[in-house]
Design a protein around this ligand. Sequence first.
Ligand code: AHR
Length: 506
Amino acid sequence: LRGTAIVDPAFVVGPVRRNTFGSFVEHLGRCVYTGIHDPHHPTANADGFRQDVIDLVRELGVSTVRYPGGNFVSAYRWQDGIGAVEDRPHRLDLAWHSTESNTVGLDEFMRWCEVAGVEPMMAVNLGTAGVLDAVDVLEYTNVPGGTALSDQRRANGAEAPYRITMWCLGNEMDGPWQTGHKTAHEYGRLAAEAARAMRQVDPHLTLVACGSSGRDLPTFGSWEHTVLTEAYDQVDLISAHAYYHEADGDLPSFLASAVDMDRFIEEVVATADAVRAAGKHDKRISISFDEWNVWYIDRAESQPPSGDDWPIAPVLLEDRYSVADAVVVGNLLMSLLRHTDRVHAASLAQLVNVIAPIMTEPGGRVWRQTTFHPFALTSRHARGEVLQVVVRAPSTETAKHGDAPVLDVVATHDTETGELVLFAVNRALDAELTLDVDVRGFGDLRVIEAVSMASTDHDLPGEERWFATAEDDTSVLPTANGSAAVSGGRASAVLPPVSWSMLRLA
Ligand code: AHR
């Protein structure tokens, strides 16, 4: 196979935004407890947070971390998680049929953000709580002092306000599974009023309204339209959530997941702009893609406990990822970057143990999943501006997404260092693809690094592949791609079947 592309420094989509490289910590399964927090671990700090996990969070290159949920937040009482730990109540977590011990709460999380070098993105409970609760938590976090809640924060050890700027107005309120689920109209009104009151407390906020929890939901499109019609002036961003997995052995559709994400983003943008036109608004609403990943949602480990069983931190959603999964994760991140003009924030869901790039053993080791690598490499090397790329390549028919090109390419250009980075995916199952990119507009370039992650076992049934590539098997790491070259203003490389690659040129 052969695919060509043209890229030129003059054709800029927008800046590479650090907020595209966000992630997500929810009180779910072992994400918090025995994930980021494990007081008995040899590397635990005074708050009980694992330093070895923090080291990998830094290596992953995460910018923002969304917290405390997710579905969890929709019945969460944030006040349970402040003050003396021994006085904090145990509560039922309705979302995940677990018991929440409240050992970790807002102040601990903020201290974790500080040591992990990440910015918090907080979610308020608009499921079972409402405007008052949203205003209260904001008073606790952002008001310097002199009021009941801000003074309570100071008494709890945080003299200076946290000044958290990014806030999600609830979570997945379109989903019938959500505690306190609402119609678009009900939610739009509530989001508008919560936002208005929150801005009275602090005008310097970036507020995210809930969009759709999936492009395949029956309310997709009309939900965004109604919510934004109600809340356009009060909010800054609308969220989008998408999870993909290989179903029924249909690898071609799975590998084309980024085609679906492209459409999702473009349809939300079109809807937001339609509301803008009809409402004669000046500002544009962009997207916070604040949950995205590969998630094998049908696996037994994704099903919460039931009956009288309400465990603390059970094993939930602990997917093990193959190289094909990593190729898709790398490609989804390319889709987000390609839309950097309208995707202003994103969160890989989630960070530790729960559908996560980082896994831990309680009291034991920490390890990187396959999906860690394309995220970390993209976060480290995508700098400067995202450029338009015109790609020509053969397509294949997929059952889920129709015609999908076998090649996808995204380019970033750092005008300060002159570095051009090409991220490329070959979706073909059994053919190498020779990539040939016209880079004449950049002057003299040479290859400074070229790596590929290629799936070699995608012929195996899904479950075997899953175990064959688990943990730290070195065959699943990115490896140098020796075929990369630049000559006569053209960059080229041979991309193995089912692969994700990064070519750094300068
Ligand atoms: O990330 C796992 C869950 O997926 C989140 O709690 C929820 O928001 C989404 O449905």
